[in-house]
Design a protein around this ligand. Sequence first.
Ligand SMILES: C[S@@+](CC[C@H](N)C(=O)[O-])C[C@H]1O[C@@H](n2cnc3c(N)ncnc32)[C@H](O)[C@@H]1O
Length: 320
Amino acid sequence: MWLTWRAATERALYGEKGFYLRERPSGHFRTSVSASAVFAEAVLRLLSEVDAELGHPAGLDLVDIGAGEGALVTQVLAAAGPALRDRLRVTAVDVSPRPPGLPDRVRWSRSLPAQITGLAVANEWLDNVPLDVVEQTPDGPRLVMVDVRTGEERADGPLRRADLAWLERWWPLPCVGARAEIGRHRDEAWASVVARLTRGRAVAVDYAHPVDNRPLRGTLTGYRDGAVVPPVPDGSCDITAHVALDACAEAGRRAGAISTTLSTQREALRALGVTGARPPLELARTDPSGYLRALARASEEAELIDPAGLGGFGWLSQRR
Ligand SMILES: C[S@@+](CC[C@H](N)C(=O)[O-])C[C@H]1O[C@@H](n2cnc3c(N)ncnc32)[C@H](O)[C@@H]1O
């Protein structure tokens, strides 16, 4: 069966027996959340900043979008002090079923809350929002169709006017053979998050590329059991593509964001106190086990801010 990439990915990941309805993400790839609890501590610091900005409201939302196994909200709840924890309304949004063992305090939902006063976080959610792929041919740009069983492609589908407009603005195709991934539906998905913020911040963290440095052939990739595999949309693997976060930022502005910061995870986490600094050697003499614990933590921090790895992820933060 031949489908557009967007339809094929929707079916492969979220259709009946789709990859994300069947599988647990941590079995297939590592995210900042699964890499270290330090990430959740940083999110807690961010949440505390937002709480202060909002004047410590009686009810403060923490919404994790694309929550996977719910690890981020579980860790934030466990680390929060009672004064904050008692006021938190915690929602984990995911299309997959509620994972067993999640704290009762966590509301599990397939859809976003109608209103959010507080912090919405989406770590590696947008890269899993299905998109269409287009290829420049001698006859102009054509939508790429894919055989869902084999992953074979042909570039002969017609393009919608809205997609052409998105390409011209966000991902111009420089030559025959160049490919682009049309992020229009990701922009809409992100705008729907920002639109639900009554007051607070929305933060998206993902593999990203800017408009002046898009990859010539796109970034569509498959993951299975921790390994990169060809992106065949047959439901056997995760299918992901890096995110045009700059386009999402513009959609967020149109949805009402009053300020926007687009940075890297390295910059964002360092501002939240994650430095990767090693403990002083002196500690090894006075408190050897404390030294080892601090050393292990420093190496987890270093992984989260490594510019060649997780630290190179984009952080889009918007405020209302
Ligand atoms: C790569 S996983 C990230 C999991 C987690 N945030 C982490 O960092 O470990 C992406 C998650 O987004 C979820 N997801 C994708 N599209 C969604 C949608 N439209 N609504 C809710 N969840 C969605 C998937 O089911 C999957 O669990």
